[in-house]
Design a protein around this ligand. Sequence first.
Ligand code: XMP
Length: 515
Amino acid sequence: MKNELVIVIDFGGQYNQLVARRVRECNVYCEIYSYKIDIEKIKEMNPKGIILTGGPNSCYESGAPTYTKELFELGVPVLGLCYGAQLMSHVLGGEVKAAPVREYGKTEVIIDKPQSKIFENISTPTICWMSHFDYIAQTAPGFEISAHTADCPVAAAENVEKDLYAIQFHPEVLHTAEGTKMINNFVKNVCKCAGDWKMSAFVEETIQAIREKVGDGKVLCALSGGVDSSVAAVMLSKAIGSQLTCVFVDHGLLRKNEGDEVEAVFGPEGEYDLNFIRVNAQQRFYDKLAGVTEPEKKRKIIGEEFIRVFEEEAKKIGTVDFLVQGTIYPDVVESGLGGESAVIKSHHNVGGLPDYVDFKEIIEPLRDLFKDEVRKAGLEMGIPEYLVFRQPFPGPGLGVRIIGEVTEEKVRIVQDADAIYREEITNAGMDRSIGQYFAGLTNMRSVGVMGDERTYDYAVALRAVNTVDFMTAEAAEIPFEVLQKVMSRIINEVKGVNRVFYDLTSKPPGTIEFE
Ligand code: XMP
């Protein structure tokens, strides 16, 4: 058992993992549980604090997620956020109803109680992220209002004696300017956590948990060479050594020369001993993808073929008990498995395997982490920086960077264009400052003129985004001269391209990849 644990109780809101992540940023270990968790289990875990998340419901409606009043009588500090704040008020005898004015977006919050433990060193007014249609019309007995907005009389309330805190806005979202400080104040000032948990502890505990789970079983790891699966593979190798076999499928949708680069690092000549097997399955994937244009169908085909290849490898190795994947949290939430959020894209293989696969279980050691946390874990394990800070690359690879049908020729075009783009971004010294950047291939062909000849070629789209957690992103500002250089090199050096676009779309409404 962890000596300093904060529990997040999930009521189905969008930002649940962000809450956990902010707590971890305060160096306090944090776990998320569904609101269906039994109170006895919570007692057993003996948490230092409990945070109730937001959620899409109205707490006064029948059937809405709720929690027993006993939770607030355990003597453990509780912080309710948005729905959590309303639920706390409702359960303890306050009044929650539809707000006359809904609040959404950045809102000025006036702190009425600057001496509140939660608002220590917070300015007033302070900008906070609001997103609610219900409000606390009447606080529960024993509660004092500690903040309000122009439209919301109870932006925050507290019962200091019982260590109960209700906050109507979302401190976990970066738009709340001083939100991280507020969460830090809760875990340190109210819960009295020392804050000595570190990523190294996560790594050690995960390695230990893997060892216990796997026993003397055999493990097969899906290694793509990307940051996530590399960190997962090294973690597994530290946990169970030679019981691990890493299979690297070259599906022919990798970046230029990537297959050889991955082999150089993780293969027998490299610095790790991962029982590395490379499968050259390029043609299989191209054949399966011929004529397919629909993005979800492409993802499914690539995902399934991937599994098939693994299955074949597994059979060659003998019995395999576990399959490892480097799934990280944004993959989970965008596949519709992270609470109430809608399916945006089905990231391949997330959330289980098709029936015909005969592995006992899947291991996803990074499932709760955001990308930057995965990188921290990688550095903790001594993985070199050049690997840890590698560009993220989607599992279905160039398959989701080529709009429309995938063909060998299109793969070659996008690989060459992307290699030039990456080279020039590195030359401009921007390779570490941009979150993710790559070239994609539009399905558009247009007329151009080259030399004295008419051309009818493809348009390449350049993408570069800045993002903290890959859930939201903004187009990166790249100096025009750099873009021009990339454009002229691509058009001159890559056969089949006569136009280059720069994609300015943010996420939302766009996504980072093109499909
Ligand atoms: P999107 O395009 O969803 O990308 O904004 C967010 C992050 O996820 C990566 N991505 C994927 N990763 N399978 C993956 O393993 C996929 O199907 C997939 N689609 C997007 C993307 O590269 C970005 O880092």
